[in-house]
Design a binder for this molecule. Structure first.
Ligand SMILES: Cc1cc2nc3c(=O)[nH]c(=O)nc-3n(C[C@H](O)[C@H](O)[C@H](O)COP(=O)(O)O)c2cc1C
Length: 330
């Protein structure tokens, strides 16, 4: 087993900031945590220092939030740069077995535990990023349930990989549609200038979307699918595509949030979408970010249980029930 100085330092730093990564920390708690962290003494790998400053801890925290990998905490970028990134098949299988036993366990714990238990053999080179990749591949098999999707708002600015975005679009495009019309059209914006221009069309209440690295426009037109007996199926089908996109996003560990709060005409201009077409919603997508950027109302909603009307007011068996009538919307 080999672990480089750089990796050791990165792991130490990750250990320090790990408690700060809890997205549900109340306002101000993270700052208190930093003070407590800095009041303690440590055996810092490959250093004579025994304490860390608040500025340094914040720097590590933001570096991790931005890149989302332990490697980004290494003193000069990637800790495994230039090294062979390998673990043996046996080690890989053992790590996966352990992960499957406790899905969702933080990679750091998985690795620490594996080191303690002597899982890594003499031929293994521990590369945290390789282990992350392994777990991500494994997670792709994870099937999120409806329960896992919430319209979270604490969306960070980290870039989403192109392959991941492609999988979201593929998922949307796998939705069912009448006569297989596939009336959804999706425009995903990631390019900095376009993204900034699109964000200018957002309503003030959607301030939380300003850091998002990707926004997808969901577009359709009633003529693009069946129109039958007053039913315009294009909108229904666009909605199904949007749901498939969201479930895939959840499976990829992303936050995903549909919004109607934007100036649709201006947004269509920015995106070059024909006036006639309907830009129904924008889908804001990104990795989980810092909840402290949210206002109080949104912070409370981020942590609240899902709010729904009683099931019997929206669903019945065998025949319509007057209890299903919606309350008047003012
Ligand atoms: C079509 C649509 C438009 C929405 N528009 C916005 C919006 O502009 N801003 C916002 O903060 N949330 C928006 N939402 C999110 C809803 O507020 C959210 O889905 C709802 O409160 C239920 O919460 P949940 O998705 O976490 O279960 C929208 C959701 C949908 C489906």
């Amino acid at each position: 087993m080999a672990i480089s100085k750089q990796e050791e330092k990165a792991l130490f730093r990750f250990n320090i900031i790990f408690p700060m990564l809890d997205a549900s920390l109340p306002r101000g708690e993270r700052s208190r945590m930093v003070q407590q962290i800095c009041a303690k003494e440590y055996r810092i790998p490959h250093s004579k220092k025994t304490s860390v400053s608040e500025a340094t801890v914040w720097k590590w925290y933001h570096a991790y939030l931005e890149k989302g990998t332990i490697d980004s905490l290494a003193p000069s970028g990637r800790s495994d740069k230039g090294r062979r990134r390998t673990i043996t098949i046996e080690t890989e299988q053992e790590l996966l077995r352990r992960y499957r036993e406790k899905p969702g366990v933080p990679v750091k714990y998985l690795v620490d535990q594996a080191i303690q238990d002597g899982v890594f053999g003499p031929d293994d080179t521990i590369s945290i990023s390789a282990i992350y990749q392994l777990i991500r591949r494994e997670k792709r098999g994870y099937e999120p349930t409806q329960k896992d999707r919430r319209a979270y708002r604490a969306i960070g600015s980290q870039t989403i990989e192109k392959e991941v975005l492609e999988r979201l679009l593929e998922a949307a495009h796998s939705a069912p549609s009448s006569a297989n019309n596939q009336p959804w059209r999706l425009v995903t914006v990631t390019e900095a200038e376009q993204l900034a221009a699109l964000k200018e069309t957002l309503s003030k209440g959607n301030y939380w979307a300003q850091d998002a690295p990707a926004i997808t426009a969901f577009v359709t037109h009633p003529d693009w699918s069946m129109r039958i007996g007053g039913r315009d199926l294009a909108f229904f089908e666009l909605g199904m595509a949007a749901m498939a996109y969201q479930i895939q996003a959840v499976a990829e560990g992303l936050y995903v949030h549909p919004i109607v709060g934007f100036d649709a005409n201006k947004a269509k201009q920015v995106l070059g979408i024909d006036d006639e077409f309907v830009l129904e919603i924008l889908m804001v997508t990104g990795l989980p970010g810092d909840v402290n950027t949210l206002n109080e109302k949104h912070l409370a909603s981020e942590r609240s249980a899902r709010i729904r009307k009683p099931l019997k007011s929206v669903a019945t068996y065998d025949r319509w029930d007057d209890g299903l009538f919606p309350e008047n919307k003012s």
